[in-house]
Each structure stands twice: as C-alpha cells, then as structure tokens.
Design a protein around this ligand. Structure first.
Ligand code: NAD
Ligand code: UDX
Length: 453
C-alpha cells in the first residue's frame, strides 16, 4: 500500500527478483497509479536510475499497479504498509511527531478487507511502538466484526534505500531488517528477501528494536552531515579545507570515509522528519537531554542553509534586489526528481525575500514542483523565478551562480562559456564543492566554495 518513492521501487525489485510472487502496488492517488502504468517508462512518477529496466521486466507479468485497494488486500498473503508518515503540522506534537493518520487508515482498511491469514509488514518509517497500535486494530477485526474468519501477524521491515541509488540499494542491501515475534511470519518475509539477499544480511530483531533502528540509522547519518558542515564553517574562517579534513579523518577506519561531504545542508523527506520524531519520542519518555542532543543536528542544518543565502547577499554588495541569480540544481540530491526538504527551497526563498530574480535549472525537477515548493508561480511578483533548460541560459545576465545539487553534469560545466554571459563582477558559489574551480577562476569568476578557507 503506497506507490511512492519507497513502495514503487521496493515492490518493483521484489517482483523482479521473485517471478513466482504476484506483487500488486495500490495507491489512493489515481494519477500516480496511471503514471506507474504509463507505457512510456520515462514518465514513471519516480525518477531512479535503473528503475525503468526493473519495471519493464516485471510490469504486467507479476507486478501490477492499481487503485483497487480492497481487492488487492483480500487476495494478499502479505501486505506492506508503505505510506507517507510526514511530520504533524497541527495538534499535539505539531512540528515534531509523525502524522500516523495514513498508517492507521491503511491498517483499518487491511483489518476490514483482509481474508484468511495476512502478514502485515510495516515498511514505512514509524515511531517505536507503532506496531502496538497496528496489532490492536487488527486484533479487533480478528475478534469478530463482520463474522469472517481472519488472522494477522505484524512485522517491522524498515527500508534503508537512499534516493538516487534506490535500485542498487535494494538489489544489494547492506542488510535487511525484520522485526517481529511470530516465527512463521518472520520466516515467510525472510524467504522473500532470500531470493537475492544472502542469509547473513537478513537481520532479525524484536519489533521495537527494528522500529527504533530505522530512526537511529537516519539520526546517525544526518548527524555526520551536520558534523562535517559545522567543521566546514570553521574551515572557511581558518584557512583549512574541509575536503582535506574529511579525507584525513575518514581514513580512520573507526570513522569511515562516507557521508562526510559538506554541502548546503541535508534535505530529503527522511532525515529532518525522523530526527524530529526521535526528539519528540525522547521528550515523551522524559529524556530531555537526549532530545536536546538530537535537536541540535537539525538546528545546525537549518543554520547551514540560512548562512549560504546570507553570504550570497553579503558578497553581492549586501543586496540582491533586482539582481539575477542562477540556481543550478533544485533536487535535494543528485539522481532524483525529489525536492522534499531540499536546501534549494530555503535558499531560494531567502533570496526571493531579498528581492532576487532567480533563474533555476534542474535536469529532473518539473516546473510545477518548483511552483509548489516556492509557493509562487514562475514570473510572478516583485522578486521572481523562472526555469531554464540549461546552465548557460540560467546564467544569462546573472551576477551569481549557485551550485546546489551535485548533478554529474555540473562537475564539467564550460566555465568560459558561462562567464561570457554573466554580468561582471560575477560570482560562483559552489555549495557542493564539485566545480572545476581553476577553470571558473581562469574564466574570471570570483569563487566561494563550501568548506574552503
Ligand atoms: P510518498 O509520499 O512518496 O508515497 C506514499 C504514498 O502512499 C502516496 O502515493 C500516497 O498517495 C499513498 N497513500 C497514502 N495513504 C494511502 C492509503 N490509505 N492507501 C493507499 N495508498 C496510500 O512517500 P515515500 O517517500 O514513499 O515514503 C513512504 C514511507 O517510507 C515513509 O514512512 C518514509 O519515511 C519511509 N521511507 C522513505 C524513504 C525515501 O527515501 N523516500 C526511504 C526509507 C523510508
Ligand atoms: C536517507 C538515508 O540515507 C536512507 O538510508 C534512508 O532510507 C532515507 O534517508 P536519502 O534522504 O534518500 O536517504 O539520501 P541521502 O543520500 O541519505 O542524502 C540525504 C541528504 O544528505 C541529501 O540532501 C544529501 O545531499 C545530504 N548529504 C549526504 C550531504 O550533504 N553529505 C553527505 O556526505 C551525504
């Protein structure tokens, strides 16, 4: 249930790897389901390298996308709950707690529509002990209601894929985590993954450890990004270079080299949401110091995003009003069309607030998405934005260009061609430290690179 960034790719890979299992992905959003069924594979609702090939092999064979939710539940031996669990925006816990209304709605629908024995798998990221709620709702249906005989087992099976590498992550996961008490259900799910994941990589825990491990993994990963971004700021003021520092500390096997890339702050639908959820849970259980500790990871991240917009304004003689500023990249990371919590959104909004005219280029993000994110149609208002089909067009007449997403093509930009169309003095703000700085400098641009003193 849920044909989103997780449900779609995850179930497509299961179908691809388990040809004898019929996989049906359901969603209430008919438009999304229609896109998953689109014969043109370039128009799938999620952009992920390799996803089109997986869908092409399995769709119509044992992979189906439909809005017929009840029928799919009734036919299923196993139901994965893969719906959205965003941060609550109102009521108790607003701004921190997860909004579980979609999980509860799904659970209730499974309780009503299931037939026979059904294994219910939590695939969404959930606060620890959510399975208790799921079990309680399902147990009420077991006890009677419509008179039909039905039974349930509940498992937690959080998803660790990262966007942009989802297919590779699913095909060769570091581990698959399954939490639960019911040995038969655990075995049944382990067998599904056993089609392609080595047995030693399938970890089994109790329900609560599994639920909490997902929040913890994201908190630790996000903490690394905030840690390196904090050091990047110190590098900039002391003459150190964060890339050199990251290399130096990353060779210590206890620290490891991955996730030490400083940038404009982490984005994506998971890190902030999951840490805030952890913070909420800690406060709920009276662990104030623990809550404050993790809260700082998010606070540092917001500061990093804000300081970039501020320093752009400072370098441009303390005003960007009426000036054209090019943004290269709008997605929260490369190789995805997802913009949820993208640092580009806050940076763009801050620059618009200062009166800038933004020209935005992203290879995969649709204009309609940018309209939604900036809450402003293109070309409207005093400070405006418009989208451009390539970086050179975006830089036309610009005083500054910001690299906000590490798309491969931004590593090899033709800086002499770009510099020619910009207004002098022109700035490059390389927020991902990926540009060919020497070429940009040779073309006459002034450069600020994140973490470079
Ligand atoms: P998403 O918003 O892309 O997709 C969720 C889908 O669920 C939507 O299409 C929505 O219409 C559908 N839905 C909601 N209620 C429904 C219902 N009652 N019946 C059927 N469909 C319903 O979200 P996502 O990014 O796929 O995330 C899903 C879960 O996975 C979240 O808990 C998230 O935290 C977690 N997660 C996400 C990622 C990621 O990289 N995006 C990675 C790991 C875990
Ligand atoms: C994350 C987790 O990695 C994944 O395991 C989980 O299932 C979902 O959340 P995702 O958000 O898709 O995945 O991408 P990720 O690669 O983790 O990047 C998150 C953000 O951190 C991006 O904005 C990225 O640019 C940023 N980041 C990551 C850095 O700034 N520096 C790094 O070194 C790594």
């Amino acid at each position: 249930m849920g044909a989103g960034y997780v449900g779609g790719p995850t179930m497509a890979v299961i179908a691809d790897r388990c040809p004898e299992i019929q996989v049906t992905v359901v969603d209430l959003n008919a438009e999304r389901i229609a896109s998953w069924n689109n014969p043109e594979l370039s128009r799938l609702p999620v952009y992920e390298p390799g996803l089109d090939g997986v869908v092409a092999r399995a769709r119509g064979r044992n992979l189906h996308f439909t809005t017929e939710v009840d029928a799919a539940i009734a036919a299923a031996d196993m139901v994965f709950l893969s719906v959205n669990t965003p941060t609550k925006t109102r009521g108790v816990g607003a701004g921190q707690a997860s909004d579980l209304r979609w999980i509860e709605a799904c659970t209730r629908q499974v309780a009503a529509a299931a037939q026979g024995h059904t294994i219910v798998v939590e695939k969404s990221t959930l606060p620890v002990r959510t399975a208790e709620t799921v079990q309680t709702i399902l147990a009420a249906a077991e006890q009677g209601g419509d008179g039909a005989i039905k039974s349930f087992a509940v498992l937690s099976n959080p998803e660790f894929l990262a966007e942009g590498t989802a297919i590779a992550d699913l095909e060769a996961p570091d581990r698959v985590l399954i939490g639960g008490q019911d040995a038969d259900a655990l075995e049944a799910l382990a067998q599904v993954y056993g089609h392609w994941v080595p047995a030693e990589r399938i970890l089994r825990t109790n329900l609560w450890s599994s639920e909490l491990s997902k929040l913890t993994a994201n908190a630790f990963l996000a903490q690394r990004v905030s840690s390196i971004n904090s050091i990047a700021a110190l590098c900039e003021t002391t003459g150190a270079d964060v890339k050199e520092v990251a290399r130096a500390i990353g060779t210590d096997t206890r620290i490891g080299s991955r996730f030490l890339q400083s940038g404009p702050g982490f984005g994506g639908s998971c890190f902030q949401k999951d840490i805030l959820n952890l913070v909420y849970l800690c406060r709920h259980y009276g662990l104030t110091e623990v809550a404050e500790y993790w809260e700082q990871v998010v606070a540092l991240n917001s500061w990093q995003q804000r300081r970039i917009a501020r320093l752009v304004v400072q370098r441009l003689f303390n005003t960007v009003a009426g000036k054209r500023v090019a943004l290269l990249g709008f997605a929260f990371k490369a190789d995805t069309n997802d913009t949820r919590e993208s640092p580009a959104i806050r940076i763009a909004k801050d620059l618009l607030e200062e009166g800038a005219q933004l020209s935005i280029h992203d290879p995969k993000v649709a204009d309609e998405q940018i309209v939604r994110d900036l809450a402003q149609p293109a070309g409207m208002g005093e400070s405006t934005w418009h989208s451009c089909i390539d970086p050179v067009e975006a830089c036309q007449g610009a005083d500054a260009v910001l690299i906000l997403t590490e798309w491969q093509q931004f590593r090899t930009l033709d800086w002499s061609a770009i510099a020619t169309v910009m207004r002098r003095p022109a700035w490059l703000f390389d927020c991902r430290a990926i540009a060919d700085a020497e070429a940009a400098r040779a073309a006459g641009l002034q450069i600020w690179t994140v973490g470079e003193g």
